[in-house]
Design a protein around this ligand. Structure first.
Ligand SMILES: *Cc1c(COP(=O)(O)O)cnc(C)c1O
Length: 229
């Protein structure tokens, strides 16, 4: 077995075990985060049943998009600038990182021009980490309501990046908070929304995230090894 196959097995086993411990019955989709990794590694993961690729930069995704020649879903997980909305709409099936109303408006406009309804998540900075993008928890619902009035975006859920703690257990309150917001958003039944994705957890903390109800987890290092910059 190659490293990637072996790593995927380990990650999948951990997911399965965390799902068993979790009171929140969820089908978890593992997103392979391929930023700074090459096409060969991507193909290997896809050949081992990875169905979703996560990239954090539009430009990098664009350079890989035509070369990859695999049928796979592309997700944007990194910060998006409004002036790249058009390219993002062309490339990505789901944009996880919508962190302002202005960005949602830019995506809506670009999607209208492309004749597309763009699936998006709102990124919430639940831990109030100064170094991270994202809406504040308190403004999530009001932004969600505005977003749901836009005819070319479809709000599908929430995403967060927890602060990095040596002890990943310390990330649990942030994940719990996002799950509570997700439930509120679901219960609000906003017209035009289809709330089904709770995107949280990375290599370091995905086990805790799955225990707290994540159904999209974003793992790079755990599958491909350390990134070389
Ligand atoms: C890079 C990245 C990940 C994956 O990080 P790893 O620690 O390598 O698993 C997940 N989410 C976002 C938003 C990222 O930018």
């Amino acid at each position: 077995m190659t490293d990637i196959t072996q790593n995927l097995k380990i990650v999948r086993d951990k997911i399965a075990q965390a799902m068993e411990r979790s009171p929140y019955a969820n089908d978890v989709t593992l997103i392979a985060v391929t930023k700074n990794h090459g096409i060969e590694a991507m193909r290997e993961a896809i050949d081992d049943q990875i169905t979703v690729i996560g990239e954090n930069r539009v430009q990098e995704a664009e350079s890989k998009y035509d070369v990859l020649d695999r049928d796979v879903s592309w997700h944007l997980i990194g910060h998006l600038q409004s002036n790249k909305a058009k390219k993002a709409v062309r490339l990505f099936d789901l944009i996880h990182s919508v962190d302002s109303l202005a960005l949602a408006e830019a995506i809506n406009k670009a999607a209208a021009l492309e004749g597309k309804r763009q699936d998006i998540l709102l990124q919430v900075n639940v831990a109030q980490d100064e170094n991270k993008f994202g809406l504040e928890a308190e403004e999530m619902m009001s932004v969600a309501k505005e977003v749901c009035k836009m005819s070319n975006v479809r709000l599908c859920g929430l995403m967060t990046i927890a602060p990095f703690y040596e002890d990943c257990e310390l990330a649990r309150p942030a994940f719990r908070k996002l799950r509570e917001l997700y439930q509120e958003l679901k219960d609000a039944r906003l017209e035009g929304s289809d709330i089904r994705y709770l995107s949280m957890g990375m290599t370091h903390d995905f086990v805790v995230a799955v225990e707290e109800g994540a159904n999209l987890i974003r793992v790079g290092t755990g599958i491909f090894g350390a990134r070389e910059y």
